[in-house]
Design a protein around this ligand. Sequence first.
Ligand code: FES
Ligand SMILES: [Fe+2]
Ligand SMILES: [Fe+2]
Length: 424
Amino acid sequence: MEGFQEELVSALREVVSNSHWQCVGEKRSFKATCTKLFSEDGEHLVLIHTTDDKFYAMDSSCPHEGGPLEQGDIEELCDGRLALTCPWHYFEFCLDDGSSSTGLQNQVYEVKVYEGKVYIQTQNALSLTPWKETPCTVSVNSEPAAISQGSDAESTLSYWACKILSTADPQEKVKLTQHVQTLWESGKISEIGQMEPPAQPQRKENLIIVQPGRIKRGKGGTLSSRIALLHSMANIEQWAIDLSWDIIARFAHFRLCTGETLPRDFFSDFVKVAGDEAKHYSLLEKRLAELDSNFGALPVHNGLWQSAADTAHDLLGRLAIVHMVHEARGLDVHPQTMQRFSTQGDDSSVRILEVIYTDEITHVAAGLKWFTYICGKEQRDCLSTFHELVPLYFKGYLKPPFNTEGRRSAGMSEEWYLTLVKPS
Ligand code: FES
Ligand SMILES: [Fe+2]
Ligand SMILES: [Fe+2]
């Protein structure tokens, strides 16, 4: 009891003397397990109130792909500590120190409760409501684009891109992607054409979209957790197929400020990316079947499309966020993911991940190539343009650790991303 009082007194002293303690409200008002707190610097926090009446705080944007940790689940780790699990790909972050078995690290904050009020140690002002509305989200029509059946339209790449985006069945999406890739590469489709893509790709009706806080999975290391991981990766690949076709259709008529259109190589590169993503999806789906599961057996999330919607009007923003931030992040977590499967002797999954990793390096490289191409043509400084665009469309800072070697193989040196890390 004495120790507890001393702790309270020292907490009070710190609260009084240190302006970095923010009072976020009455303890009794935090009844939910997770409460999002909006930070003035855009790096929002999640305040966690556990069933044993303890409080924790960490960044709410998942260090993996920015998933909403405030919609996550609390899980007990093998060592008895508690972790917050991201609802997107189930990466877990220890409440005590923000560490994750994936090798990623989330920022945690000290929390104290004094005289019925909750205090968090951070330099930034916090609020229970947003500071201002997100400026970049465009309002989009959720109806799929009508696919014209005209014979002229059917011979264009844009027509097929829209058709694939409007195809809900992932296997059909894969088949069509491979078919169109063959037609494009053999020159049987040569026109880019122009057609408005759907605001959001179609998904099968029976696919369960994630209900925040409802996902339960086995402890790390079990077969069910491996299946959950493969399933979430298949979901990413399905979105990645659509992202490739969307950049083709949405920016088919893009003009540089010089008035030039994009060269044919741009479209060839993203047809190739779409083909790779289709291959990745198929490999993962096949592996799920070998493990007696299937795609659709678990809930999925559709948060990845938000970046596409945010950058629907901005090609440089799209290249920066989807390919140079999200896909580069995929490279960061790949070595640990492979390690997870290899530790459990799942060599078949490891072989698939190796194929994916090699291809994904080329996808980051494609993003970088076209980002620098456009900047060069428009006489913009590549690095400063990138450093301006990322905070505009990506919530929060980029978080280490980075796969420096993988990023370098894609042509992305540290100067691209280190300045986007939160200053310590
Ligand atoms: S695990 Fe959180 S975004 Fe992927
Ligand atoms: Fe992929
Ligand atoms: Fe990719």
